[in-house]
Ligand binder design. Structure first.
Ligand code: ADP
Ligand code: MG
Length: 699
């Protein structure tokens, strides 16, 4: 049989050079194989016929069989339309076209039998179907039709009549050209048998032309299985290769520094989750292989402390540790927190950011080389080439989503034997997504908040109710609390109805003349920002008007209200992050989501979820479902293309987990990739790696 992937699409019956050009430009379809793998986005059940007298105003797409009694054009100008009065003997419906009138009149004739397909609407007591699909009844045998595939097309394709139906016809031609020959199987016989999968040939046929829903499900299952299986196999194999290449530093003991801290300095009991996670990391770091762990924990779950205790283990084993934060404010805060935690202990901690210069910087750099500086905390500045360590053993990266893979790699290179890596994120990444994104990372979860926290109360408020909200804020401030008010943008665009931070600031100053108001936004100099944050932290200002620069990490326990203006403009996980800025002290905290009156369905859902739950993981799952993985905050920058053809990370989580285990087992049983029964699998993996340059570095 000819090779489908090299067979030019222009040679397919019904294509030719012009259509080939459009297919290639619009859909990237160049070969027979490309077309074969262009899957429908939906199917419509065409195995049932309806009678016109059955129609009511609430029906989905249906099909009717009957004749057009007559055509007439009605209306003028833009209202001009063609109406075909269509009857099946039980009633009459009006088929209506606003475009392509000439084409329709030339093509369809009165008194011939057609199958009409479309969505009926009832208008002025008459039933209309606008722009129906029409096929001569003689050409369609209903029993064989089953589900009809619908393909996505572009505007340009539609203009040249390359509609979904046209693609469907091409697909039929393609299968005719294949003459029911079998395609080369891409999964091994043992996998196909063990998991009751359809053959590739059958699956591809049934994904386009399923005769019934059951066959469609089987075809989808087989193709999703394959897609996810190879992604997981690739990640797992890649991880293994890397682990074989690098040996890990062995941190065999927990020593004096850790124990002193635990016995004397730790101001509270660790939560069960914190203990478990520390144990997991101790095991990793003592195992002889490099630790690569993603630590997920909701805002306020106490990740910083866990990071610190992990760093102390490194110190106890004679190594240095480094912690990297995404912003200066956060780095400073970590530095101060950690210094406070370590008070009275003889541990040298230094802070390195872009603003640390001259003598101070030199002293830190030389202290790192001699090993005197044991813990370095900083921003991106710590990965500059001029920063070198005597023996870096552990790297902690806070708020992972702001760092790319490249930066992680750069840190590894700071020791001949790569240091252990702990990545922390407060943006909970659903497990299924984490497995795909960070397949090479082990995942730990802190799923418990320190005791005594009161859940934040979240309310939704329309913006015309501002006066009562201000009264509430005033009461909170009178009780000694502080308030955040967050705006989505700095620069007002007149057309878009966005509250401007500056306006908001002035407005708040007028509204609360008796209190001091801080203002922080992204365009301020770091030092100014820092100064304002510090003023708020010291309670010299009671209200903080800010943009999302305060999103990550800042800790002002006395702040008890988070007001988010134009909440409809924020994504779910961003809202959750912002809300996490309050609820850090002993007092009851509140989050007020302010929106306009008109909301889209999706926005309404987002707000509802926020009001209902404080659980970051639940929110992340919901976010993924609402927006799809490509949009998930934090993944855009990671450079991972979600180039999935059929599987859906949001919906196929269970299958993903299932195939991951299968891939794990296969790797265990055949670590060298030599068993003949797996030959097809290894060959296929090789092919995929060749084609997908990005694929091999998904981690
Ligand atoms: P995050 O996970 O968001 O980084 P932090 O590490 O900033 O959370 O912790 C939030 C607050 O909770 C800090 O003030 C921290 O000192 C405190 N904290 C951490 N662990 C505990 C604990 N086990 N018991 C009580 N308070 C804790
Ligand atoms: Mg934190």
């Amino acid at each position: 049989m000819f090779d489908l992937s090299t067979r030019d699409i222009k040679y397919l019956q019904g294509v030719g050079p012009q259509r080939a050009d459009i297919l290639s430009k619009e859909l990237n379809i160049r070969s027979f194989k490309d077309l074969l793998y262009y899957f429908p986005y939906k199917y419509v059940d065409r195995s049932r016929l309806y009678y016109i007298h059955e129609i009511d105003g609430n029906m989905p797409y249906i099909q009717l069989r009957g004749k057009v009694l007559s055509f007439e054009t009605v209306g003028e100008g833009r209202q001009r339309r063609l109406v075909g009065h269509f009857s099946d003997g039980t009633g009459v419906v009006d088929l209506v076209w606003f475009q392509g009138l000439k084409f329709v009149m030339g093509k369809y004739k009165a008194n011939e039998e057609y199958i009409v397909f479309g969505k009926p609407t009832v208008f002025n007591g008459r039933i209309n179907i606008a722009h129906p699909d029409i096929d001569p009844a003689a050409e369609l045998t209903l029993s064989a039709m089953g589900l009809q595939p619908y393909y996505n097309t572009t505007e340009r394709m539609k203009r040249t009549n390359l509609t979904s139906h046209a693609l469907e016809k091409l697909m039929k031609n393609l299968f005719t050209a294949l003459q029911h020959e079998c395609l080369d199987e891409t999964l091994s016989p043992s996998l196909i048998e063990a998991h009751h999968l359809m053959s590739l040939t059958d699956a591809l046929y049934n994904i386009h032309f399923p005769r019934n829903p059951d066959l469609l499900r089987k075809a989808q299952y087989r193709l999703k299985f394959e897609e996810l299986f190879y992604i997981q196999l690739n990640i797992l194999r890649y991880t293994k290769e890397r682990r074989n290449k690098f040996r890990g530093l062995v941190f065999g003991r927990v020593g004096e520094i850790f124990n002193t801290f635990y016995a004397q300095n730790l101001p509270f009991q660790l939560t069960g989750a914190q203990k478990r996670v520390i144990r997991e990391m101790r095991r990793d770091m003592g195992s002889g292989r490099q630790m690569n762990r993603l630590l997920q924990g909701d805002v306020g779950s106490g990740k910083t402390l866990v990071a610190l205790m992990t760093m102390l283990i490194a110190l106890d084993n004679g190594f240095q540790a480094c912690m990297m934060a995404p912003t200066e404010i956060l780095a400073v805060q970590h530095y101060e927190t950690i210094n406070r935690f370590l008070e009275g202990m003889n541990v040298r901690v230094e802070l390195l950011t872009g603003t640390v210069k001259g003598k101070k910087r030199e002293a830190i750099l030389s202290g790192l080389l001699t090993g005197d500086v044991q813990i370095l905390i900083g921003t991106h500045a710590v990965i500059e080439d001029t920063v070198n360590f005597s023996s870096l053993g552990l790297v902690v990266i806070d708020e992972q989503h702001r760092f790319g893979v490249a930066q992680r790699a750069k840190l590894w290179a700071k020791n001949t034997c790569p240091p252990h890596v702990l990545v922390m994120t407060a943006t909970p990444i659903p497990r299924t997504l984490a497995m795909t994104l960070y397949g090479d990372l082990d995942v730990s979860v802190i799923d418990e908040l320190p005791p005594g926290r009161k859940p934040i109360q979240t309310v939704h408020q329309f913006d015309n109710r501002r006066p009562s909200m201000y009264a509430f804020l005033r009461k909170q401030i009178q009780e000694g609390r502080q308030v955040y008010i967050v705006y989505p943008l700095i620069q007002e665009s007149e057309k878009m109805d966005i509250k401007n931070l500056e306006d908001g600031y002035l407005h708040i100053c007028e509204e609360f003349p008796e209190y001091k108001v801080s203002k922080v936004h992204g365009k301020m100099k770091p030092a100014e920002k820092e100064e304002e944050m510090q003023r708020f932290l010291r309670n010299e200002t009671q209200i903080m008007v800010a943009t999302t620069v305060i999103e990550v990490g800042v800790n002002v326990p006395n702040a008890s209200v988070m007001v988010i203006e134009n909440a409809e403009r924020f994504g779910l996980s961003q809202l959750h992050q912002l809300r996490g800025r309050v609820g850090r002290g002993a007092d009851q905290s509140y989050c007020v989501l302010v929106t306009g009156y008109k909301l889209t369905e999706e926005t309404r859902k987002r707000i509802e979820i926020m009001v209902q739950t404080n659980d970051g993981f639940e929110i992340a799952e919901a976010d993924l479902k609402l927006r799809g993985p490509g949009d998930l905050e934090g993944t855009q920058q990671s450079g991972v293309a979600f180039d999935l053809k059929i599987a859906d990370i949001a919906r196929d989580g269970q299958l993903l987990q299932y195939v991951r285990e299968i891939a794990e087992r296969l790797l265990e049983e055949d670590p060298e990739g030599v068993r003949p029964e797996n030959a097809i699998v290894w060959q296929q993996l090789k092919e995929l790696r060749k084609k997908n340059v990005n694929w091999s570095v998904i981690s």
